[in-house]
Design a protein around this ligand. Structure first.
Ligand code: OAA
Ligand code: MG
Length: 604
């Protein structure tokens, strides 16, 4: 077929816009039967729930524009049809390379690079050139690629953002943009945005204040929304709110790309965020906003201010809480216990910032559902920050922290002292303080429980409270272990211990899928609880010795999470889209997942 009409064009020797009428009509007719034109300002397909999946991709671009747009570019894989009709004959190498070979080539380049930052740089530049190929490789080789574009390498990329900068991605709102945000949002080229991930850079992973460099985190998270949750890559927007930085080294760095001034605080800060939220929702009333890596003093107030007003959630508080709960529920199964027995766990948590509090509050919600009164549930927790146990007499606590204050041990007690007295069954690390789980503390814990549950959840790897091999070794191989960043499997006394990653990536992509596909209007704690229960059940079914399925199964896990979330949303009257009658919810969500495929690219 291709050969025949290639000849036709060669003979006609005309620019694509002047194709012979007959030919043009024939080609378009071939597509028009299953194509509904719902293009955005760029002539790109819109895929709202009620529309069939696009079987072609239409573009207004011609010639070099097609190659320069990462959504339409296919590198050496443009078919002859596309080369002729879009005016790119001669602009790409003559051989039509297959998608498979392209992916193989990308992977071999990644393997040939040794420095993680170089791998990151290579992959982000691929994302800038050819989104479809980038996502194909990410999805097919998730366990290899995710640690490069996500934790741990994204942490390094954030620290070095000013050094590796090539071209902007996402939007920056700085303190000098106050009063202009309502118009600025229209500078973003996409008509539709489904998901925004926003940070103010104040607590990037466990690395502290990285100011505007924090943009790398929303970029990484949104890549996982696409890869894991099947969110359309044209409809995601990474954002950094640059309100200054208190990181002096960055402020002094002449290459730093953000505002080199101290952060604005207090009312001034909250008014700034307010202007941003209003601007975003005035342009995209249905967008979901994920707050990411905001320092604790502002993370909770922002969530409380906006959770009922807008479609939003805080990833570090709510998704990390949900996935940590899922790990605990899965660990109960591994220990031969039921979900109800979560109420008996004695939980020591090192870290009392947004992630630590979010995790503990989520576990408390679950304990309440399983029958404990609120005050009884709080009694099962001992929280420590950099000053030790949160005990009576401690000053300067936020209202959420104050709920966890203990009076059975002195304020400031060390981890070892707490472990000796409390004999915890679960040890959580959300402190960002690498090595905070000392050998003495873990050995002490292992004296009192058969299967100590040890979850150092801080990111990136250097900031984990202990390593996988330490936990396995110090407990004589009895630990049930999961970490926030990936660790290699551990060999101990001739046995291999597979290591589970307990990261919120199991959670947020599925949330995004449910929200966008079912047009959910508000995100509730019950949705995160349902997600946790579903994830923990998956692990028991398929991977008896591991807490969760491997990350290579993320798309399926996300689909399960989305189904669990959507079920709650429909039950609670918070979902407004009606899936087609002939489909189950699961089938509908699956049908809504974007796939990295080269659908035929045709001109308008
Ligand atoms: O980004 C991650 O790997 C998980 C996360 O939200 C954090 O550590 O802040
Ligand atoms: Mg985070």
């Amino acid at each position: 077929m291709a050969a025949t009409w290639r000849t036709t064009i060669c003979q006609s020797n005309k620019a694509p816009t002047k194709y012979p009428k007959l030919f043009f009509a024939t080609k378009l007719n071939r597509f028009s039967s299953h194509f509904i034109s719902t293009e955005d300002a760029y002539g790109r397909e819109d895929t709202t729930p009620e529309k069939p999946k696009p079987s072609v991709y239409r573009t207004r671009h011609r010639g070099m524009e097609v190659i320069q747009d990462p959504f339409t570019n296919r590198g050496a894989a443009f078919t002859w049809d596309e080369r002729e009709r879009l005016g790119i004959r001669g602009l790409v190498p003559p051989k039509v390379q297959s998608f498979d070979i392209q992916a193989e080539r990308v992977l071999s380049r990644v393997d040939a690079l040794h420095d993680p930052l170089n791998k990151y740089d290579f992959l982000v530049s691929l994302l800038d050139r050819n989104e479809t190929l980038f996502y194909r490789v990410l999805i097919d080789h998730f366990e290899k690629i995710a640690p490069i574009i996500y934790t741990p390498t994204v942490g390094l990329a954030s620290q070095k953002s000013q050094v590796i900068f090539r071209r902007p991605r996402g939007m920056y709102f700085s303190k000098y943009d106050r009063g202009c945000m309502n118009t600025m949002v229209y500078n973003w080229p996409q008509e539709q945005v489904d998901v925004i991930v926003v940070t103010d850079g104040s607590r990037i992973l466990g690395l502290g204040d990285l100011g505007a460099n924090g943009i790398q985190i929303p970029i990484g998270k949104l890549a996982l929304y696409v890869a894991g949750g099947g969110i359309d890559p044209r409809r995601v927007l990474p954002v950094v709110l640059d309100v200054g930085t208190n990181n002096e080294a960055l402020r002094k760095d002449p290459w730093y790309l953000g505002i080199a001034e101290p952060r604005i605080t207090g009312d001034e800060y909250f008014r700034f965020v307010d202007e941003f939220m209003e601007a975003v929702y005035s342009r995209w009333p249905q967008v979901m906003v994920q707050f990411e890596d905001f320092a604790n003093p502002v993370a909770y107030p922002l969530l409380e201010t906006y959770r009922d007003k807008y479609l939003c959630f805080n990833d570090d508080i709510q998704s990390t809480g949900s996935i940590a709960l899922a790990s605990i529920l899965a660990s109960l199964r591994l220990r031969g216990m039921t979900n109800r027995e979560i109420c008996k766990e004695r939980i020591v948590c090192v870290g009392a910032g947004s992630a630590g509090l979010g995790v503990c509050e989520t576990i408390i919600q679950c304990m309440e559902r399983e029958g404990l009164r609120s005050h009884q549930a709080y009694r099962q927790f001992w929280l420590l920050d950099d000053k030790g146990l949160l005990g009576r007499g401690r000053v300067g606590l936020t209202p959420t922290q104050a709920r966890f204050v203990r009076d059975d041990l002195p304020d400031g007690s060390s981890l070892e002292e707490v472990v000796r007295t409390v004999k915890p069954t679960i040890l959580l690390g959300l402190s960002g303080a690498g090595g905070a789980f000392t050998e003495a503390a873990i050995r002490e814990m292992a004296k009192h429980v058969e299967r100590p549950v040890i979850f150092p959840l801080s990111n990136p790897v250097d900031h984990a409270e202990c390593t996988a091999s330490q936990a396995i070794e110090w407990t004589g191989g009895r630990a049930i272990f999961a970490s926030g960043s990936p660790f290699d499997d551990v060999e101990y006394q001739n046995k291999i211990y597979p290591i589970t990653q307990c990261n919120n990536v199991y959670n947020f992509p599925g949330m995004g899928l449910a929200v966008t596909a079912c047009r959910i209007t508000h995100i509730t704690d019950d949705m995160f609880l349902a997600a946790a229960r579903r994830i923990s059940a998956l692990s028991a079914d398929h991977h008896k010795q591991q807490l969760f399925p491997p990350l290579s199964e993320l798309r399926n896990v996300s689909l399960q999470v989305a189904t669990a979330v959507a079920e709650v949303a429909y039950e609670d009257g918070l979902a407004t889209a009606e899936p087609p009658r002939k489909m189950t919810l699961h089938q509908y969500l699956l049908s809504r997942m974007w796939q990295p495929q080269y659908a035929p690219l045709v001109p308008f």
